[in-house]
Design a protein around this ligand. Sequence first.
Ligand SMILES: Nc1ncnc2c1ncn2[C@@H]1O[C@H](COP(=O)(O)OP(=O)(O)OP(=O)(O)O)[C@@H](O)[C@H]1O
Ligand SMILES: [Mg+2]
Length: 310
Amino acid sequence: MIMTVTLNAAIDKTYIVPKFPIGEATRAGRPLVHPGGKGINVARVVRQFGMPSLATGFVGGKNGEAITDMLSGLDVGHDFVRVAGGESRLCLTIIDEASGRATELLEPGPPVTARELSELKRKVELGARRSKVAVFSGSIPEGIPSSVYRELIAAAQAAGCLTILDTSGDGLVQGIAAKPFLIKPNEHEVARLLGKPLEREEELYPLFGRLLAQGIACAVVSLGAQGCIAAHNGTLYKVPAPRIRAVNTVGCGDSFVGALAVQLASGASMERALIQAAAAGAADALTFEAGFVRVEDVKRLAQEISVMRL
Ligand SMILES: Nc1ncnc2c1ncn2[C@@H]1O[C@H](COP(=O)(O)OP(=O)(O)OP(=O)(O)O)[C@@H](O)[C@H]1O
Ligand SMILES: [Mg+2]
C-alpha cells in the first residue's frame, strides 16, 4: 500500500471554456470536479495503477466531507484528521481552449491546531506501518510550522516506510533534514536549494552530490517538457520527456510521483521507475484533469522513453 499525506486538501473544479476573457462574463459548461491537493492527486494515480492507496492529512467542514466521499467513490482509502476550524478549500482551474492556458484560483485551507497536528502524526505512524511507501506532497498551510514534514517523515521512516517528499520552500529545506528516501522538486522549487534560479543542468550536479552526502538516497528534479534529471547511488540519470500534445500540465508532477511510488513499492530498479514516472507525467498532460492518467497512455509512452546515464 502507498500512503499519501495532504496538509491542504481541496475540491478541484476545472472549467474548460473556448475563451476566457478577463473582466467579462463567460458561460461555462459543467466543471470537472475531483478531490485534490497534491497528495490526494498522488493517491488517485496510485489507485489508477491498481495499487491500494491510503490518503491522510487534514479536511474540514462540508467540503471535507465531499472530499472523503469522492475518495471513497474512487476506491481510495482515507483516514483524515477532521479539523474544527473551517472548510477545506476550493480550487478553481479555468482552461482557455483558444490559448491552451490554465488559470488557477487557490483558496487558503482551514486553520489547524497543535492538537490536530499531533493527531495527524499518530495517523501517519499507524498508516506507515501498513505501507511500503509514504508520499508527502504539497505546500504547508499557514499556521503549521515548516518543520512539519521533517517530523512526519521521521515518524513514517521509524515505522519502516520509504518516504518521498514533494514540496517547496522552507518545508523542503527542513524536510530534507529528516533524510527522506527521495525528493522531487521541479525546476522552480530547486532554486531554493541552489540559492539561485536554475539556468543550466550542470548546476544540479554539485547539489546532487551534497544531497546524497546528507543522506537523501535519490534526488529528482523535474523539468516539465524537458523531462527530468536524477541522482541515485552515485549515478546521474537524464530522462528526456516524450514529445506530446499537452492539454493541461498542472498535476504532471503528482502523476510522476505516483508512478515513482508504485514502482518503488514494487521493488523496480531506479531506471524503470524513472521511465514509468516520466510516462505518467506525460500521460497526465494529455488529460484535462490534474493528477489523472490513462494507464494505456502510460504504457504506450513508456515505450518511447529511454534513460541516459550521465
Ligand atoms: N509537456 C510535457 N510533455 C511531456 N512530459 C511532460 C510535460 N510536462 C510534464 N511532463 C513530465 O512530467 C514530469 C513532471 O512535470 P513537472 O516538472 O511539470 O512537474 P511539477 O512542476 O511538479 O508539476 P505539478 O506540481 O503541477 O504536478 C516531467 O519531469 C516530465 O517527465
Ligand atoms: Mg509539483
